[in-house]
Design a protein around this ligand. Structure first.
Ligand SMILES: NC(=O)c1ccc[n+]([C@@H]2O[C@H](COP(=O)([O-])OP(=O)(O)OC[C@H]3O[C@@H](n4cnc5c(N)ncnc54)[C@H](O)[C@@H]3O)[C@@H](O)[C@H]2O)c1
Length: 506
């Protein structure tokens, strides 16, 4: 059976997701039948859709005529038999395998020939198809919340899904203006799997006393250009929801330490400190406004004017700083060496998965500091440093003085391997690599998914190209040897890429 622009779309479940998906399909010109078994759900869904579309008309983003047509194409019902003429049914009910399967069996009896798709966030598509008369007609179509706004849709195939159906649905969803990606059914699919380290590493950094929530969030926003820091994002998602996604991913991967949940988040969740929805989480909220966001650890620059620095060898991604220093009138003397900046008897290295203190010990020098990676040193308003446990008091203020001359604020965290950005990004790259190694998707789809499903400024493989796979691998190896924790073991795909050389995007 062909799924195309003439297909009638059925939606089962008129909650947050079903309502939004109905709006997307109707906007694309499909007749939509929106079914829910709870009295009031469909009426409520239609009211919200009407309100959202009216807003688009007011803003000039939709004509009144298009709005009226979209509304007229959505047919609410509480009678499941009304789904009989549908060619494609997208289910978005409660996240329970047995209840979903029960509905699918009913739909197979009601509809003559239908593709059944689940919007499940966590249940295997292969498992959902088990027991159906036509398991080949069962697929996953995973929208992100809010469905009318978020561009990404994961089109998921189970072990028995029909290839042609998957391709037709991918083409259809793309024609709706969405970014559709193919995904092999596996726990967390793409986004909910690769995103785990974004939260997990921040929680670990906090738990180790390396930095505070506001400082970690600021580093991630300012140096990484992520729209939100991990703690404010967990507060938005809800600590209970975020914790249970992590816990279920951990269980699904048979307690692989890569996915180990955080005791801190469990504690917040159990305390009812769920985030915005409960008025307090990692931050407090008054009138829905976040409090305490400005409590960020910045270094006050010393009064020293730095007129000359030595740059020994390549600083990797931080080489971007050299023209900025020169432009600010600082004399940069470039010499051969192991990759660090030296001035006023201070050595500043790019973070690489070791502590600054370890380097201090290796070199028998006190005044060692590290610099975290930035997605764009020129555009970022700040840099982040850490200093060796042996460093003298003047080190941080002197480094801050250097960066103030190129109009950057200096944030400081306690000495820690791979700091904040490098640790987070390396683990995102590693998880993305593992997702590809496991055949869940290709590199390009992983990047599209992270850029459009969770709005990352660039996908993990673009990051890998910026940093170089050798550097990412070295960082992970250093982290693994520091923590003696296989959580940081490098994925074989990354190791292979480092051997072959070259970039993911040529
Ligand atoms: N909320 C999200 O951010 C999000 C994102 C992506 C995917 N999902 C997935 O989408 C699905 C729906 O989530 P949601 O957040 O929209 O839930 P929701 O609670 O807002 O809506 C679920 C709707 O399904 C209806 N329903 C429940 N059992 C039913 C049945 N047997 N027959 C008919 N209708 C029934 C309920 O009345 C309710 O209106 C879940 O599988 C969830 O994992 C949710």
């Amino acid at each position: 059976m062909k799924i195309d622009s003439n297909s009638i779309i059925g939606i089962v479940g008129a909650g947050i997701m079903g309502r939004g998906i109905a709006q997307v399909a109707a906007k694309a010109g499909h007749k939509v039948i929106l079914y829910d078994n709870w009295d009031g759900a469909v009426d409520n869904a239609m009211k919200i859709n009407e309100k959202e579309l009216s807003k688009l008309v007011t803003k000039g983003k939709m004509t009144q005529e298009a709005k009226d047509k979209t509304i007229s194409l959505m047919n609410p019902t509480m009678e499941i038999n009304d789904l009989a003429p549908c060619n494609l049914i997208i289910e978005a009910i409660i996240e329970n395998k047995e209840i979903k399967q029960d509905i699918f069996k009913q739909l197979e009896d009601i509809c003559e020939d239908v593709v059944i798709a689940s919007n499940t966030s966590s249940i295997s598509i292969s498992a959902l198809a088990n027991g159906l008369k036509k398991p080949e007609n069962m697929i996953g179509i995973h929208f992100f919340n809010p469905a009318p706004i978020m561009k990404l849709v994961e089109v998921i195939y189970g072990l028995r899904s029909d290839q042609q159906i998957i391709e037709d649905v991918h083409a259809l969803i793309s024609s709706w203006g969405k970014k559709a990606v193919y995904v092999k059914s596996s726990p967390g699919f793409i986004v909910n799997r690769i995103a785990r380290p974004f939260y997990a590493e921040a929680l670990r950094v906090y738990e180790e006393g390396v930095s505070s929530f506001p400082t970690i969030d600021e580093v991630i926003r300012s140096s990484g250009k992520f729209r939100m820091g991990p703690f404010e994002l967990m507060d938005l998602i809800g600590n209970d929801t975020n914790y249970s996604v992590t816990a279920s991913t951990f269980d699904s991967y048979y307690q692989d330490p890569r996915f180990k949940p955080s005791l801190t988040q469990q504690e917040f969740s159990q305390a009812g400190l769920l985030g915005r929805k409960s008025g307090a989480g990692f931050y407090k909220y008054e009138d829905n406004k976040q409090q305490g966001r400005d409590d960020i650890r910045k270094v006050t620059p010393s009064n020293n004017k730095i007129s000359e620095i030595y740059v020994y060898g390549s600083l990797g991604i931080a080489d971007e700083l050299i023209p900025l220093f020169k432009k600010a009138g600082i004399k940069v003397i470039e010499v051969e060496g192991d990759g660090y900046i030296e001035f006023n008897e201070i050595k500043l290295f790019l973070a690489n998965g070791k502590m600054a203190s370890e380097i201090s010990k290796e070199l028998s020098e006190k005044n060692i500091a590290q610099l975290d990676i930035n997605i764009d040193y020129e555009l970022s308003s700040s840099v982040t440093i850490s200093t060796s446990l042996l460093a003298q008091q003047h080190v941080a203020p002197n480094i801050a003085a250097l960066f103030s001359q190129i109009k950057k604020e200096t944030l400081i965290i306690k000495d820690s391997p791979a700091m904040i950005m490098l640790r987070t990004v390396s683990m995102l790259i590693n998880e993305a690599s593992s997702t590809v190694t496991n055949g869940v998707c290709d590199e390009c789809s992983a990047d599209i998914a992270m850029e459009n499903g969770v709005n990352y400024p660039i996908g993990p493989f673009k990051w890998a190209d910026k940093l170089g796979t050798d550097f990412v691998l070295k960082t992970l190896n250093n982290l693994e040897s520091f923590y003696k924790d296989s959580r940081y073991r490098a994925d074989r795909g990354l190791i292979e890429k480092s051997i072959i050389g070259g970039k993911y995007y040529e």
